[in-house]
Design a protein around this ligand. Structure first.
Ligand code: SF4
Ligand code: SF4
Length: 363
């Protein structure tokens, strides 16, 4: 389960996959509601919760939510930018039962990292990594890759090793939310991707047994559709800051789906019975070419959000697949001209103003 505790975040990453219509703080679930989500989640078999956002450390009740998950037997991982993590806060979270921390890093140097984060946060990340190691919690780094940092992937891996990370997830940008808005400025070249992948392979051999390196393959370049979220409503669910439950964190944009709310329904009903979770579950909904394809139980026709974003119809085969009649759309984007680096700034993400006047840390 991905628990998006808040969309608020002091960083402004241009690749952020949060929806462009961010949920303001005065619409967030309260503590009691999140505690019930954790209990409900355990009851339907959730074993692992990513406590994410936005920046989950902005929730003053994070410790209570972690404790509720621990009581229910759910493993928790804090997914954080590191902004606001102190020794005392981490000790409190660890005592409540937090199992591991995944820290986002934007690039190998402070200048490059801060540019993409839209603020001076690199030093806070370095401090946060040191605190996690000091607390003896497992540390993973999460690095979103794009044209501005793919060429320094080797230096990023060296940085992760020097910070004591046990696992690094090198995730090529997925073009949803704010990343979609900035796609032209973030999309790498095929050559950049090839060089970066070779670098990662070389480092994987060098660091074997010491650090796990995950390479999340890029969209748009290999003609293959990914089994998004392991299949719609198959193994994963996302609870949004305002209590809506989605099969995938990008699904907000899909039309015609009324995503159910944890304040009105149990997670069990949402998972088993709701129309939204059954809309693209399994293979029954498919039409050609997926319906007759041998890979339909493996990749589930790819990503519904990508199909909708590029074709306007969420039921179509993901255009990333070379068998899709819309594959030319992806090819045109992947091979098209890129704006030069002097083409102006990316659109750093911004929070809306909260109706109550509180919050809005994201500016
Ligand atoms: S702005 Fe950056 S740190 Fe904040 S939620 Fe988005 S990607 Fe994560
Ligand atoms: S046609 Fe559909 S099921 Fe077949 S490989 Fe492409 S996306 Fe997957």
């Amino acid at each position: 389960m991905l628990a998006e505790l808040t969309h608020s975040c002091p960083l402004h990453c241009a690749y952020c996959s949060n929806p462009v219509e961010l949920i303001a703080r005065d619409r967030e679930l309260n503590t009691g509601q999140w505690i019930r989500v954790m209990e409900d989640a355990a009851a339907i078999g959730v074993v692992h919760a990513h406590l994410s956002g936005g920046e989950p450390l902005l929730r003053p009740d994070l410790t209570a939510i972690v404790a509720a998950a621990a009581r229910a037997g759910v493993y928790t991982q804090l997914v954080t930018s590191g902004a606001g993590l102190t020794r005392a806060r981490l000790a409190e979270l660890a005592a409540a039962g937090l199992h591991s921390v995944q820290l986002s890093v934007q690039d190998a140097t402070a200048a490059a990292s801060d540019r993409i984060a839209g603020g001076r946060w690199f030093a806070a990340k370095e401090r946060a990594a040191a605190l996690v190691r000091e607390a003896d919690l497992p540390l993973g780094l999460n690095v979103v890759l794009h044209r501005h940092n793919l060429d320094t992937v080797g230096e990023i891996i060296e940085l992760a090793a020097s910070w004591g990370a046990e696992r690094v997830e090198l995730a090529n940008t997925q073009f949803y939310g704010w990343a979609m808005r900035n796609r032209d400025r973030l999309l790498p070249s095929r050559d950049q991707l090839r060089r970066a992948e070779e670098t990662v392979h070389a480092w994987r051999e060098r660091l074997a047994g010491r650090m796990e390196l995950i390479w999340v393959v890029p969209d748009y370049f290999d003609g293959v559709a990914k089994p998004c979220m392991g299949g719609w409503g198959a193994i994963s669910l996302t609870v949004s800051p305002d209590g809506r439950v989605l099969p995938c964190p990008g699904a907000y944009v899909l039309p015609g789906l009324d995503f159910p709310d944890v304040r009105e329904h149990s997670l069990r009903w949402i998972w088993e019975e709701s129309a939204a979770f059954n809309a693209y579950r399994g293979t029954e909904w498919m039409s050609g070419p997926c319906a007759g394809c041998a890979r339909r139980d493996t990749d589930f026709g790819g990503c519904r959000c990508q199909a909708y974003a590029l074709t306007g119809d969420a039921r179509r085969t993901d255009p990333a697949c070379s068998l899709s009649p819309d594959n030319h759309l992806i090819k045109a984007i992947a091979t098209g001209d890129r704006p030069g680096d002097d083409a102006g700034p990316v659109a750093n993400r911004r929070m809306p103003r909260a109706r109550s006047g509180r919050g809005g840390e994201g500016g």
